[in-house]
Ligand binder design. Structure first.
Ligand code: NI
Length: 131
């Protein structure tokens, strides 16, 4: 892990893979990850942790299955949203987006339970940022 400042634009420019987060920093036992996304992720749930989203560029939608029913939140650039633990969710970005995630180190991208994993989704706990 670098102990130098990380320019997020530069970090994002260093890889092309979609739905494949890179770890840019750590805070206590949490990762700060950035990802490029486009199209749909998959329905999944993190049983034991909330998941924080910050949209750096573009627009992200997150479909949520809540006790009251299903709804979608829309996050334009600069927006933050936290998916509560135990809530099924499916992020999607028809026009593409760059996002920052904050979640405990080791949290899998597809959660603890999930739908069938499409080919374009990387199952990972985050990749290191190559220098
Ligand atoms: Ni998630």
């Amino acid at each position: 892990m670098s102990n130098e400042p990380i320019a997020l634009a530069k970090a994002l420019a260093s890889f092309e893979a979609l739905w494949s987060p890179r770890i840019v920093s750590r805070v206590n036992d949490y990762d700060v990850r950035v990802a490029k996304v486009e199209g749909e992720h998959l329905w999944h749930v993190h049983d034991d942790t909330d998941e924080f989203f910050l949209v750096i560029d573009g627009e992200l939608h997150i479909a949520l299955r809540e006790p009251a029913g299903e709804r979608t939140v829309t996050l334009p650039t600069g927006s933050v949203f936290t998916v509560p633990r135990g809530t099924e969710h499916k992020p999607y970005a028809p026009s593409g987006a760059a996002i920052l995630l904050f979640e405990p180190t080791g949290t899998p991208t597809v959660g603890d339970r999930h739908d069938e994993i499409p080919d374009h989704v990387d199952v990972t706990t985050g990749h290191s940022l190559d220098p």
